[in-house]
Design a protein around this ligand. Structure first.
Ligand code: MN
Length: 329
């Protein structure tokens, strides 16, 4: 399919490059490093040869979210966002920007998002899970009340917020001890991000700000497959678990969330997601440079789904959600 839009697509700057080193065996690091630092060359060629018209670019992970000092986090965010804006200016029809945000401070994050959208022309934000604040052992999740003014600003600016994975902190990773292979994309990324997304849904955030649009990758981090059970467990019991939100969790999932195909190129999984959240809320993505563009595109282009759905997922949903006719010209 030609004209695809892909939106979980990463790059690195010198200051954040090493954050990605742990996610590849040493033998593959030179290749991954070259892919992360390239924007204008091989990336564009890969896009051209696999029918990707537009990439929305975002910083690698965990990057800003793993900087415990909020001023330093803010400085690195600005540096990455300014660099990205320059790169987009060189290919404004092919690239768009998702802002890195210093979520260590809800106020600084809101101001940086406003700057990125208003001054740099970015079309959303991508944040790498919880943020470390003050030290290396405290992770803060964004359902907390301190973040609600930030979310009010996201709603006011009317831009999507991509909640991207990171690994749990060592203190929260005891379950993986002795099984390091479960960290990262194998399992820990999805579990960490799914819990964060559920915290947002159960907190009542979407009752207060019903126009928020949150995106999660990797075909929904397992949530579509679990959605019925989350709302219907032990149905005969009179006292269900209670949470502050007013509605069923699935209601928020279907009305405030989008999912992408990043790093999860499996037709069976896509069809489950289509049945659960609907083809209108699924967006094509690759997860370059951690996954291959050809793996994502060759699978998606040939997946046995209706052509109408392929065009929605491959292009039309993203163009509408990010208002790409206004931002990527
Ligand atoms: Mn990614």
């Amino acid at each position: 399919m030609h004209g695809k839009v892909a939106l979980e697509e990463h790059f690195a700057i010198d200051e954040t490059l090493q954050d990605s080193a742990g996610f590849s065996p040493e033998a593959d690091w030179p290749e991954l490093k070259a892919r992360l630092l390239d924007i204008q060359d091989r990336r564009l060629r890969e896009m051209d040869s696999h029918g990707i018209e537009v990439m929305l670019l975002s910083l690698n992970a965990p990057a800003v979210q793993a900087i415990p000092d909020q001023n330093k986090a803010s400085e690195i965010s600005r540096r990455a966002n300014d660099f990205l804006a320059e790169q987009i200016q060189r290919q404004p029809k092919r690239f768009g920007g998702l802002a890195a945000l210093p979520m260590q401070s809800p106020d600084l994050a809101a101001r940086e998002l406003e700057r990125c959208v208003g001054e740099l022309g970015f079309c959303g934000a991508l944040v790498n899970g919880f943020s470390q604040i003050g030290g290396n052992e405290s992770g803060i999740y964004y359902d907390l009340n301190a973040y609600w003014p930030f979310w009010a600003e996201v709603e006011r600016l009317d831009v999507p917020f991509y909640l991207h994975p990171r690994n749990p902190l060592p203190k929260d990773a005891a379950i993986y001890e002795g099984h390091r292979w479960l960290m990262g994309p194998t399992w820990a990324f999805g579990q960490e991000t799914a819990v964060h997304a559920l915290r947002l849904m159960g907190s009542g955030l979407f009752d207060a700000y019903p126009r928020l649009n949150i995106i999660i990758g990797h075909m929904g981090e397992g949530l579509p497959y679990s959605m019925w059970r989350i709302d219907n467990h032990n149905k005969w019991m009179r006292e269900q678990n209670r949470y502050p939100a007013k509605r069923m969790i699935a209601d928020y999932f279907r009305e405030n969330f989008y999912i992408t195909t990043s790093g999860n190129f499996r037709t069976q999984t896509l069809i489950d997601a289509m049945l659960e959240i609907g083809a209108d809320r699924i967006l094509f993505s690759t997860d370059w440079p951690f996954e291959n563009i050809d793996h994502a595109s060759d699978w998606f282009d040939a997946a046995p789904i209706a052509e109408g759905d392929r065009h929605k997922i491959g292009r039309d949903n993203a163009r509408a959600l990010f208002k790409l006719d206004q931002t990527v010209k």
